[in-house]
Structures are given as C-alpha cells and as structure tokens.
Design a binder for this molecule. Structure first.
Ligand code: FES
Length: 80
C-alpha cells in the first residue's frame, strides 16, 4: 500500500489552505529527493531529508529557479 503525502499548512506567502490536498505519494519523494507540484496558483516543493518530510515554496525568490531541480543536503535546498 502506498502512503499518500498530503499538504495542509501555510505557504511563505501566508495563505492558509483550508483543506488537505493530495500532494504526492511517498514513492514520488523518496529519501533525499525533491518533488515540486502546483496546486491552484501555489507552487510548492516537498523534500524528503532523511525520512522527514519538509515543504516550502517551489520557486527561489532570488532568480525564479525551480527548486525541484536543485540539490538537497543537510544544509537545505540549493538552487540548480
Ligand atoms: S536562483 Fe539564485 S539563489 Fe536561487
């Protein structure tokens, strides 16, 4: 059985999602991987760092880089 990761929280913009949505399955964001997705107008990134799931904005504010194509390390996500 696949475990489904759902998203409910705030974006850095501060918008609160009023309901849980399906973001991806755990199979799509294995340990050490990044997964980007768009829900309505929100671009979000999920990271699996040592089995712990984190979420943030998909787009880097510096130069609009898609962070799902970046690199994940213990220091965080680095732009591609
Ligand atoms: S695109 Fe420059 S730091 Fe992310």
């Amino acid at each position: 059985m696949m475990k489904t990761l759902k998203w409910k929280n705030t974006t850095s913009i501060g918008d609160i999602l009023s309901e849980w949505i399906k973001a991806c399955t755990l199979e799509q964001v294995k340990e050490g991987q990044l997964f980007g997705f768009i829900h309505e107008d929100k671009k979000l990134l999920i990271a699996n760092l040592k089995g712990k799931i984190h979420a943030t904005d998909l787009i880097c504010t510096h130069a609009d880089a898609d962070l799902s194509t970046g690199f994940l390390s213990e220091e965080g996500v680095r732009c591609p």
